[in-house]
Design a protein around this ligand. Structure first.
Ligand code: NAD
Ligand code: 6OD
Length: 489
């Protein structure tokens, strides 16, 4: 019997599917099979998307009320939940993640993102000032937020739906129209979201999707397009620099969530079991492909051996396997290309003098999965902050363990990086926890936990890790621009 044809994933513009000028394959990292074809948007298709977005702002959407938009966001959240298994299937097909992880993290957060920003926009205050003039009269100043306009939303492959909705929800809450470019590795969930957003009642042109790559493809065409009013981007630092140059030509604002080389500090008084569980999660979640993942672990020398042994034990319990097997804890990396990068760091670590405590190679999972992008969870000791593998972002299930003796030394080592995204401090002395967390040169510092989120709090990075903050009111500041009205009374 012949195989059924692969799904064909199209661009979505002005409420309709649109073919591209070329086609590329969506490849499963589980076994290397093609799971879909994707229609690549050329410059003409990207232009069509930007124009459709602009047109929607000139229609009813441009004068929509906050109440209507908050209602729309809640309907979108409801529909994501109603069709959650379709999102699970789409995300698993593209990424090979364990189904349970997609269900509990990616899809749950997508609905939560829309609800959180419905709440934020509905309760967002207007700032106003009563101005006392020299002659005794007064003036009332108040700032009315307006949509930024047409927002280019460019997102990566590691948490495709979560990171997309983290940006689309506040952008729509503020009344913008978006042109979304998902990663070429993960085109499915952004396209399914288009259906949901239309079903929920958004006007055509408010949410558009273009597919393709970065340079010389949809990503570059979109960021260079004169019709966009801002770019919100999550991805690699060097891509951020390129996009910044493109945005500069028309002086457009950018919001960037970029790479990281995040540290954990484990003090001698930490609750060892809870710390080891939290640390293991922070190193290995999503096969280490979360920008917040810990890749450097600084451990007080008095407990170094105990922590190393406990982490190895937890790493040994991870089960690599197919997404639908209930025992699977860990999926593949996103692609063979990314595995080549991670594995080259595994080789480099050995060349730089690492003692390999766990893993260090490519696993043999049987012929069925030979074509996939599998990698072993890995831990190193014996390195210091001068090693390239301790300085450069790897974005895989790997961390280097490095001893320290004093609090000042731990802070100095953790801050010795050009990145500045996240850090975690593990201690039972809360006074020390607050003190050290505040000394971290990062956007987010956790104490005795990791990746615990309140969507109202600021999220973003310092240094090479980003520009700006999103989350709650911070997002509203990026996705809207105020017009100040001054009335002399
Ligand atoms: P990437 O930068 O290669 O790609 C991200 C997106 O940008 C993709 O859609 C890609 O097609 C597009 N792109 C690439 N070049 C472009 C160009 N010249 N112009 C316009 N668009 C372009 O990143 P990735 O490999 O998909 O994701 C992994 C990286 O993302 C890691 O560095 C990780 O740390 C980072 N990340 C950061 C955060 C955060 O919140 N700080 C979150 C997730 C991922
Ligand atoms: O949880 C979030 O809101 C968020 N932006 C997570 C980013 C994870 C990076 O991979």
């Amino acid at each position: 019997m012949s195989k059924p044809p692969l799904p064909d994933i199209e661009n979505f513009i002005d409420g309709a599917y649109v073919a591209g000028s070329g086609v590329f394959d969506d490849v499963s990292p589980v076994d290397g099979s093609s799971v879909a074809t994707v229609q690549e948007a050329g410059a003409d298709v990207v232009d069509m998307a930007v124009r459709a977005a602009r047109k929607s702002l000139e229609g009813a959407w441009g004068s929509s009320s906050v109440t209507d938009r908050a209602r729309l966001l809640r309907r979108i959240a409801d529909r994501i939940e109603a069709r959650s298994e379709e999102f699970v299937a789409a995300e698993v097909r593209d990424t090979g993640k364990p189904e349970s992880l997609v269900r509990d993290l990616d899809v749950a957060r997508a609905a939560m993102n829309f609800r959180a920003f419905a709440d934020t926009i509905a309760s967002s205050p207007l700032s106003s000032y009563l101005t006392d003039l020299a002659d005794g009269r007064q003036a009332l100043n108040y700032a009315v937020p307006k949509p930024l306009g047409v927002v280019a939303v460019i997102v990566p492959w590691n948490l495709p739906l979560l990171l997309l909705t983290w940006k689309v929800a506040p952008a729509l809450a503020c009344g913008n129209a978006v042109v979304v470019k998902p990663s070429e590795e993960t085109p499915s969930s952004a396209t399914l979201l288009a259906e949901i957003i239309m079903e929920a009642g958004a006007p055509a042109g408010v949410y558009n999707v273009v597919h393709g790559f970065g340079p010389g493809s949809a990503g570059e065409f979109l960021t260079a397009h004169p019709g966009i009013d801002g770019v919100t981007f999550t991805g690699e630092t060097k891509t951020g620099s390129t996009i910044m140059r493109a945005a500069a030509s028309h002086v457009r604002p950018v919001s960037f969530e970029l790479g990281g080389k995040n540290a954990a500090i484990v003090f001698e008084d930490a609750n060892i079991d809870a710390t080891l569980d939290g640390l293991a999660r922070s190193i290995f979640l999503n096969t280490g492909q979360v920008c917040l993942c810990t890749e450097r672990v600084y451990v007080h020398s008095s407990i170094f051996d105990e922590v190393a042994a406990g982490l190895v034990q937890r790493g040994q319990k991870l089960r690599l396997g197919r997404p639908d097997e209930p025992t699977t804890t860990t999926g593949p990396l996103i692609s063979r290309q990314h595995r080549n990068k991670v594995s080259s760091y595994y080789d480099l670590a050995v060349a730089e003098g690492a003692e390999v405590l766990l893993g260090g190679g490519v696993p043999n999972l049987g012929a069925d999965l030979d074509g996939g992008a599998w990698i072993e969870p890995t831990l190193w000791a014996g390195l210091d902050n001068t090693a390239r593998v301790v300085r450069e972002e790897i974005f895989g299930p790997v961390a280097a363990l490095i001893p320290f003796d004093t609090e000042d030394e731990a802070v100095r080592l953790a801050n010795d990086t050009d990145y500045g995204l996240a850090a975690a401090v593990w201690t039972s002395n809360l006074e020390r926890g607050h003190r050290v967390a505040q000394r971290m040169r990062v956007g987010m510092a956790w104490v005795n936990t990791w990746y615990l989120r309140d969507l109202r709090s600021p999220f973003g990075g310092n240094g090479l890790s980003g520009i700006g903050r999103e989350g709650g009111e911070n997002s509203l500041h990026f996705y809207s621009i105020p017009t100040n009205v001054c009335v002399q009374l």
